[in-house]
Design a protein around this ligand. Sequence first.
Ligand code: MEV
Length: 296
Amino acid sequence: MKVSAPGKLMLFGEHAVVYGHPCIVTAVNSRLTVSVEKSNTVEFHTPGTNNHEFLQEAVRYATERWNISSVTIDVSSSFTGKYGFGSSAAVTVATMKAITDLFSIPLSRHELFQHCYQIVLNVQKIGSGFDLAASLFGGTIYYEQFGKIIEPVEHPGYELVIGYTGEKANTVSIVEEIAQKKEQYPEKVERIFSAITDLVHNARKKIEEGDVERVGKLMDYNQEYLRDLGVSSEKLEALIQAAKKTGALGAKLSGAGRGDCMIALVSKEKRRQVEQAIVNAGGEVLSVSPDAEGVL
Ligand code: MEV
């Protein structure tokens, strides 16, 4: 049984989503493939991933829950954990989908989501689960309340340029830091999260309408809130400013911050210029596109 799952890029709403607020995320066309076969012993062949904990927990969870026999698992991936595309979510989703298909366990995508979310929480305790939803459902999605609401965002299309900073973000430690800040300055952080929530609702509408000018502006505002939260970095700012100066409609960090990637919304005409500006500012342009299909 061979299954592949896409990575993701956060468009709007990171950090606030950890507290049940909404976000908008898109699946990207970098995929991770898992092959599963029935066997007498549990075996992993994983040259394509470093997400062993998630893989092992998925197998432990599935074998215990559905009382199934042992499996041999092969993983290969067109992306690494390096860029922050959500390889742990993709490996969890692909493994669970492959195992449940192999043993003919009928599950809806929403049910599969609940199992995958439990696995992720068993391993890393925190996380909003939005990356699992992107990997499972694909496309561009609106995500809220830890997966209670997962809805497709239909739209006429948008162009993104993705710039990698070369710095690795440590999502878990940044999320913990924001939790501490929230304890210390509850009103300030709540105010930022509530502003981000309004912005996400607005962004959903504007993406659906194809109003890219406005979507770009909202990206800039979202970046201001993330700056206020203290999760931007010099390198992210350099790439964001370079993109803006050469005509990007908007630009922001994507994910936990302090590294990984920034995204810029561009017109087709400005794409090359913005890409070159990001490279000149010391970034690496990644050729991935949004709206990939979910797990298949
Ligand atoms: C990280 O990609 C996004 C965060 O919102 C964490 C999460 O939602 O689990 C910072």
